[in-house]
Write a protein that binds this ligand. Structure first.
Ligand code: SF4
Length: 253
């Protein structure tokens, strides 16, 4: 590790610690530097979805995804060669320049398809008290860490012809203690499929969140009202999409 890298790591950890008021456990300043990832966007916002919804967070959106969801609202991140190459140290510098946050969300695209995801995550875990990864679960969990949470979003048959591949590693994801399952649900046939797949894969209700599909406040509200009833019946949680409710379907929020 270069002197410069050590300084970045130390100052990044200070930023995270200041935000959280404590030094993160498992601090990994000795992690090797990741190869330059291709990044679609980097921004500071609130985590809009999942168990940590409402938490101020840096977002790093990695390029590359071939899962092909019909309703994907980040199709600009599908091309693995798109976006821009950012040296890992440059990534932390850019995030720091945006302000402090106690959470880093690594999203995509499909982060699991990033060739150097584990190295990137190990480095990030030395800089933020908590890191979350948004993934379809199309590959098994590559890393477990007490401060690393996986927001796994296996797909329903209406979303993509590859939906079954995103459930193929459900057992491995269940064995990862920091994984929760965020199922994106559209119209009523989706809800039936979601309930069937949750049952077939024996997902514990406490680890399941249902999230309405939609890119307008009206669509989200209508679907969330239906999902709320299913959550009450089955013991799931309801995930918002705060970024849509607050800012609409825009990039960088
Ligand atoms: S897995 Fe995520 S990024 Fe990939 S197509 Fe589906 S919604 Fe979009």
């Amino acid at each position: 590790m270069s002197v410069e890298h050590r300084e970045h790591a130390a100052s990044g950890a200070r930023m995270a610690s200041a935000a959280a008021g404590h030094e993160p456990a498992g601090l990994d300043r000795g992690a090797p530097a990741a190869r330059a990832p291709r990044v679609s966007e980097l921004f500071l916002s609130l985590q809009g979805e999942g168990p940590a919804a409402g938490t101020p967070a840096h977002f790093v959106r990695l390029q590359g995804c071939d899962v092909g969801c019909r309703w994907c609202d980040t199709k600009y991140a599908w091309d693995a060669g798109g976006g821009r190459e950012v040296l890992a140290d440059g990534l932390w510098e850019e995030a720091r320049a945006l302000g402090d946050a106690p959470l880093l969300v690594v999203t995509g695209g499909e982060p699991l398809q990033h060739p150097d995801l584990v190295v990137l995550l190990r480095a990030a875990l030395g800089r933020w008290p908590r890191v979350e990864v948004e993934t379809s679960g199309i590959l098994p969990p590559p890393l477990s860490h007490p401060h690393l949470a996986w927001n796994v979003s296996p797909k329903l048959p209406s979303a993509t012809p590859r939906w079954a591949e995103t459930w193929a590693h459900a057992r491995a994801w269940l064995a990862e203690p920091n994984a929760t399952f965020k199922i994106v649900v559209g119209d009523p046939p989706d809800l039936e499929d979601a309930l069937r797949l949750i049952g077939e894969h024996a997902l514990p209700p406490a680890r399941v969140l249902l999230m309405p599909e939609g890119v307008t406040g009206e669509a989200l509200r209508a679907r969330a009202a239906i999902l709320a009833e299913a959550c009450k019946r089955h013991g799931f949680r309801l995930s918002p999409r705060l970024q849509i409710w607050l800012w609409g379907a825009r990039r960088g929020v």
